[in-house]
Write a protein that binds this ligand. Structure first.
Ligand code: TYC
Length: 140
C-alpha cells in the first residue's frame, strides 16, 4: 500500500465527486434525450377531442296532388322560411322533383322529416320528406 497524503486524498476525493456529478448530469441529459426520442406519443400535441356530429339533409319530394300553398306553409312552419324563400323552394321542388330544405344533426333531421310527413298525412296530402347523409362532396 502506498502512502497518500491527506491533502492529496482530499483532491482526489473532490475530483471523484466532481466527476461523479458531471457524469450524473450527463447521464440525466442522455436519459432526457432518449426519453424524448423514444416517446413521441407523449410529446405529440393533443388533438381536439370533440368531433362535429355527422349532418343530414332533409329533402322534400314533389308529387302531383299536394297544393302549392300547403307546401309553402310547411316550409314556413317547420323550416322557418319567409314567404318569398318558401315560395322559391316550393317551386324548386315542383320543377326539379325534390329540394333540400334544411341540414341538421341526425336526430333533428329525423324528427323534422317525421313531423312533416305526419302533418301532411293528417291533412290528407301525399307530400313526403326524407333524410340523406351529407357527403364529403357536399361540403365546401
Ligand atoms: N306539384 C304540386 C302541384 O302541382 C306542388 C308540390 C310542390 C307538391 C312541392 C309537393 O313537395 C311538393 N300542386
Amino acid at each position: 500500500m502506498s502512502f497518500v497524503s491527506p491533502i492529496m486524498q482530499k483532491i482526489v476525493w473532490n475530483r471523484l465527486k466532481l466527476g461523479t456529478e458531471v457524469q450524473v448530469l450527463m447521464s440525466d441529459e442522455e436519459d432526457q434525450k432518449e426519453f424524448n426520442s423514444d416517446s413521441g406519443l407523449l410529446l405529440e400535441e393533443e388533438k381536439p377531442k370533440l368531433k362535429r356530429p355527422p349532418l343530414f339533409k332533409v329533402v322534400i319530394l314533389n308529387d302531383d296532388y299536394t297544393p302549392m300553398e300547403f307546401v309553402i306553409e310547411i316550409l314556413e312552419q317547420f323550416f322557418s322560411m319567409n314567404r318569398e324563400k318558401a315560395t322559391q323552394i316550393m317551386l324548386a321542388i315542383h320543377t326539379q322533383g325534390k329540394a333540400v330544405v334544411g341540414i341538421y344533426p341526425r336526430d333533428i333531421a329525423e324528427t323534422k322529416s317525421h313531423l312533416v310527413n305526419q302533418y301532411a298525412k293528417e291533412h290528407e296530402h301525399p307530400l313526403l320528406s326524407d333524410i340523406e347523409p351529407v357527403s364529403d362532396d357536399d361540403e365546401e
